[in-house]
Design a protein around this ligand. Structure first.
Ligand code: URA
Length: 415
């Protein structure tokens, strides 16, 4: 059937067959279809939806549209985690080495920041010398050596997703649960892990604004993962306020290292322990093996040693973990002008402010300022006294400070 035929079929609310979807993805990957027809089908999907068979079929064709990683040469249970995007979400920097310290094999591909949300690859690249653009054999060699590697996703993995995502971004077709689920899971399936733990963020700073939508996305992704023969589960975690205190690349690495040293903010620690325990439960179900508790491995310092081994194996200068990162040239401490309780620190606004300070990029390929970002000194629920520091703005661009401060004055509220 022609693409025009598929658009009509979906517009009338009919099911697409596996053959229809396979032909569509083949055409998308080959660059053989006009953008306006692809976008029309995506829009029809946004309105008419996809059932679970269609969603699985779309995901599998997207996952096989390019290279897939074969992790079978690696020992043990291969584990991966994915977060649907948040502000201050540095969980991968903690969960990946922690899960490896507990005995899992963690082979993870990550992305760069998108919009107001940060990306793990940008955070990792704050470490001087660290390489994230690894070939498959370099990636596998790091995992063989240390049990864990976090590298950048290469362009030849699920290339159909890249084409579709770029079109969705400019045609108002991002917000469709089956399309988001297929997009995320196609990359996870192509990356080859046995066990996939999904962290679906929910709240003002996330794609999913309501608990009901977040749960539907979580259920859809888990059903795809299981349908593809992987062990998969999801947690839904809040994203109304940033996770932890630090937002911005080097600031977040510093905070992650604090957690691995047994300190750091309680919300971040608990989220990381829940994610790691979730991965260990999946691995236990799959292999029947016993694993130590994540809390014990966090407490005994072995997760910090794992992070250090992984960063060194990827060429990073790990002395920065003890020495600290060079501070941003301009740091402004903003004080509270009244006493009360911090009622709100809006995640999206903090993410946008960090972006204005240089932590994010407005166009693909732009450089990021590794030292830039926002450090919250108070979190919702904390008591505040007039004159106390509320947050710090870090940047290399002094001119960016007033706009970032004005935005946060509007969105960090004391009652
Ligand atoms: N992240 C993805 O990878 N894909 C989406 O569609 C949305 C978020």
């Amino acid at each position: 059937m022609s693409l025009l035929g598929l658009i009509g079929k979906k517009r009338r609310g009919l099911r697409l067959t596996d053959g229809d979807i396979g032909a569509f993805i083949k055409g998308v990957t080959a660059g053989a279809l006009p953008d306006y027809q692809i976008a029309a089908l995506l829009m029809a999907i946004c309105f008419a939806g996809l059932d679970s068979d269609e969603t699985l079929s779309l995901t599998l064709h997207m996952a096989h549209s390019g290279k897939t990683l074969d992790l079978s040469s690696l020992p043990g249970v291969k584990a991966d985690k994915h977060s649907t995007g948040g502000v201050g979400d540095k969980t991968t920097l903690i969960v990946a080495p922690l899960a490896a310290a507990c005995g899992l094999t963690v082979a993870k591909l990550s992305g760069r920041g998108l919009g107001h949300t940060g990306g793990t690859v940008d955070k990792l690249e704050s470490v001087p010398g660290l390489q994230t653009a690894l070939t498959t054999s370099q990636f596998l060699a790091v995992v063989q050596k240390t049990g864990v590697c976090v590298a950048a996703q290469s362009a030849d993995l699920a290339p159909a997703d890249r084409v579709l995502y770029e079109l969705r971004d400019v045609t108002g077709t991002v917000e469709s649960i089956p399309l988001i689920a297929a997009s995320v899971m196609s990359k996870k399936l192509a990356a080859g892990a046995d066990c996939i733990l999904l962290d679906v963020k929910c709240g003002d700073g996330a794609f999913m604004k309501t608990p009901a939508d977040a749960q539907t996305l979580a259920d859809t992704m888990v059903s795809i993962g299981r349908g593809a023969g992987r062990s998969c589960r999801a947690i839904v975690s809040p994203m109304d306020t940033p996770l932890g205190h630090a937002v911005g690349n080097a600031l977040e690495v510093t905070e992650a290292v604090e957690v691995l040293r047994g300190r750091g903010p309680a919300d971040l620690i608990e989220c990381c322990l829940e994610l790691t325990e979730g991965l260990l439960a999946l691995a236990r179900e799959r292999s029947g093996a016993a694993y130590p508790s994540a809390r014990a491995k966090l407490a005994d310092g072995s997760a910090l040693r794992k992070l250090s081994e992984m960063l060194s194996a990827q060429g990073g200068d790990v002395s920065v973990l003890t020495r600290g990162f060079p501070p941003a040239p301009f740091i402004r401490e903003v004080l509270s002008d009244k006493s009360g309780e911090l009622a709100r620190a809006d995640a999206e606004a903090v993410g946008v402010a960090a972006g204005l300070l240089g932590a994010g990029r407005s166009r693909k390929g732009d450089p990021v300022d590794v030292s830039a970002g926002v450090l919250l000194r108070k979190k919702p629920g904390d008591a505040v006294t007039a004159g106390e520091p509320l947050y710090e703005l870090h940047t290399s661009a002094e001119a960016a400070l007033p706009a970032a401060e004005a935005l946060l004055r509007e969105h960090i509220l004391i009652h």
